[in-house]
Design a protein around this ligand. Structure first.
Ligand SMILES: Nc1ncnc2c1ncn2[C@@H]1O[C@H](COP(=O)(O)OP(=O)(O)OP(=O)(O)O)[C@@H](O)[C@H]1O
Length: 448
């Protein structure tokens, strides 16, 4: 079945109004309304009545639900996350994006700031809690599965990823020979010339409590800087992945890393021997060119032995890859490999305040440059979602590091579902940025 024949991918877009801060409430809120007219999707309208030139704006019907300032994280969880938990337990991938300007409530929604009260947990922890409940129930019903949740958490900034589960180690984003993107972490040179390149850390957690602790600890490592709106803004995209795992899968993946590291010195030796033999077969001429060396007989047996040895180690890597795929396929329950991906996007940079003046006075040149990269990433993401949700044959994943990294979550072997939560502030002072976010969300939502 070609991509064109498939039913469109599901991308629901939601908007969430955060409560005003006390000072924002004093300075005034914008008028806002919601209209459904019996359609499945609702439109949102906003109006700041500060001057005669302010016009009301209404979105097309694009939003699945508009959450009010009174809706807590638990209400958002029930509406967006709870319905897709069964998909994850079928081994599918579900991705969630929080989009909005700095200070609009993305981190509050996705990661959460309260790690204790159930109704205030961020969506990722509330989801983890439910996943562990489901896995425990599965264990009680069928016994013997031993499933856990693998946690990865990293930030993306320009072309690098920073692994929050590994002391913010800088990792590089590379395309592998298999066409997949890999985030490569530390390189270790081991005994015998083996080179082990660690992927981004996935911490296996076998209980909810251990994952909760790990997450709380690692979120403390997120970087902060100055944005146009508030000082403690996250200046990176944070990506949190939860994967349903078991011990055989963890062991199979570790064995693959070991086989890959064994291949490195063997491959290098084969290349060195080939270059050496080829160099011996020619001589430098007086004019600086090259001519065949009649006295040299290439040592074909040496070349063949090195090539055969490399082929043997490549076959071991292939066998290890097949073993990983085999563990995923032959598993006693389809949930293995099911994923939830939460992306807390860096605040979109909106360069003008309500009087049209730039708001970047507090920013350094580096922060301004980061702001431009963030906007490029967000534009690229919008185009990817637009192409993906309408089943276009070509999806522009290569447009930014963010979309390159997210590629595997959109194009997997199993179905993928996705949702975007546009977080917005009711403050009059943030009206231009709020309008910008709602326009972005409505473009994505109305495309479906
Ligand atoms: N729905 C909400 N209910 C209560 N408080 C909220 C809500 N949304 C946001 N807040 C509060 O507003 C402040 C800013 O929110 P948050 O840090 O989540 O913004 P952000 O969009 O992640 O910003 P940035 O992109 O700059 O990191 C926080 O103190 C947060 O707790």
């Amino acid at each position: 079945m070609s991509r064109r024949d498939r039913t469109p991918n599901l991308m629901n877009v939601y908007a969430r109004w955060r409560p005003p801060t006390p000072s924002e409430a004093v300075a005034g809120e914008i008028d806002r309304g919601t209209s459904a007219d019996g359609r499945p999707l609702v439109s949102v309208s906003v109006h700041r009545k500060d001057s005669a030139s302010d016009r009301p704006w209404s979105s097309p019907a694009a939003f699945k639900t508009i959450f009010t300032p009174e809706d807590d994280n638990a209400a958002v969880y029930r509406a967006i996350i709870a319905p897709v938990i069964p998909n994850v337990l079928r081994g599918e991938t579900c991705s969630f994006f929080a989009y909005g300007h700095s200070g609009s409530g993305k981190t509050h929604t996705i990661m959460g700031y309260d790690f204790e009260h159930t109704e205030r947990l961020g969506l990722c922890l509330a989801a983890t809690r439910q996943l562990f409940k489901e896995l425990d129930a599965l264990q009680q019903r069928e016994g013997g599965h031993g499933f856990g949740v693998g946690l990865s958490l990293y930030e993306l900034r320009k072309n690098s990823a920073f692994d929050l589960l590994n002391g913010r180690t800088e990792c590089h984003i590379r395309e592998g020979y298999d066409g997949k993107m890999h985030i490569r972490g530390q390189t270790e040179v081991l005994e015998g010339g083996k080179v082990r390149v660690q992927p981004i850390v996935q911490r296996p957690c076998w209980t909810y409590e251990s994952l909760h602790q790990e997450l709380q600890h690692s979120l403390g490592r997120r970087s902060v800087g100055s944005s146009t709106v508030h000082d403690q803004s996250s200046r990176t995209h944070a990506v949190l992945e939860l994967e349903l795992i078991n011990r055989p899968l963890v062991e199979a993946r570790q064995a693959l890393i070991d086989r890959q590291s064994e291949l490195v010195p063997v491959g290098k030796r084969a290349t060195d021997i080939s270059i050496e033999e080829q160099s011996n077969m020619v001589l430098r001429t007086a004019e600086g060119g090259w001519e065949p060396n009649p006295a040299y007989r290439p040592n074909q047996a040496r070349i063949d032995e090195a090539v055969a040895s490399k082929a043997e180690y490549e076959a071991r890597v292939t066998a290890a890859e097949e073993h990983v795929a085999g563990v995923l396929e032959s598993n006693s329950h389809t949930c293995l490999g099911g994923k939830m991906v939460f992306v807390d996007l860096a605040g979109a940079e909106y360069q003008r305040d309500k009087s049209g003046q730039p708001q970047t006075a507090k920013q350094t040149p580096q922060e301004r440059q980061e702001g431009r990269q963030i906007n490029t990433d967000l534009l690229a993401l919008k185009e990817v979602i637009r192409a993906w949700s309408t089943n276009q044959p070509r999806i522009p994943f290569r447009s930014s590091p963010l979309t390159m990294v997210l590629r595997e979550h959109f194009v997997g072997p199993k179905n993928a579902t996705s949702a975007m939560i546009v977080t917005v502030s009711p403050a009059k002072a943030q009206y231009p940025a709020t309008l910008n976010s709602l326009k972005y969300g409505s473009l994505v939502g109305a495309e479906r």
